[in-house]
Design a protein around this ligand. Structure first.
Ligand SMILES: [Zn+2]
Length: 200
């Protein structure tokens, strides 16, 4: 027997009197949750982990070695909470019940070569405000795919957005001897351009 997921979800949406948009959003989390518990995911993570010396002074005595995962883009080593397991083949969207089955298939039945470990954004509370202190390769990759820009450009665009979010854009430019433009959009471009030039 094969299950027609679209048909079944449609039937249940009617029988249970739940709007289709709620069923769609729930299917997304249902599939993602199932994948997070998948033995294939766990095994992939295990095979891409390594034990390294713990250099955290607060815990190194109790745990001399810790498990770390290598980010496939920046090659940095991160703990399990600092990484995501990414599906290489791009953003997966599910906009209608018709997408339910392909979405399920891409997320829960990937090929081994479709997976990679990527580091996540790291945030820190500075003066009560949450600030991004490390732009993770996962977010950078997603941004670069969504807007069709290089990974490098994506990273700088994200940095510029964060600087603007923290209302530091004018000061950031002044600190570098640049006269801030009049609009936020133009200042954002100035910041990205400066970061790109610095990187050359
Ligand atoms: Zn990374």
């Amino acid at each position: 027997m094969t299950i027609n997921i679209e048909k079944e979800l449609k039937r249940m949406s009617e029988e249970f009197n739940i709007p289709e948009k709620d069923v769609i959003s729930n299917w997304r989390s249902f599939v993602r949750f199932a994948w997070s518990k998948s033995i294939f995911k766990l095994e992939f993570m295990k095979q891409h982990s390594e034990k390294v010396k713990n250099d955290n002074p607060r815990s190194m005595k109790r745990y001399p070695y810790v498990t770390k995962y290598e980010c496939n883009i920046c090659k940095g080593l991160f703990s399990v909470v600092e990484v995501d397991l990414d599906h290489v083949c791009g953003e997966n969207t599910m906009k209608s019940l018709g997408d339910a089955e392909p979405f399920f298939h891409t997320i829960a039945f990937p090929s081994y070569s479709d997976l990679q470990i990527l580091c996540k954004d790291k945030k820190k509370k500075v003066k009560g405000k949450s600030q991004v202190v490390h732009f993770g390769c996962h977010g950078v990759k997603t941004y670069s795919e969504r807007y069709g820009v290089s990974l490098e450009q994506a990273k700088f665009e994200k940095q510029a957005l964060e600087i603007i979010k923290q209302k530091q854009d004018k000061q950031w430019l002044l600190d570098r001897g640049i006269t801030p433009e009049s609009t936020q959009a133009k200042r954002r471009e100035q910041i990205v351009q400066t970061l790109l030039n610095d990187d050359l």
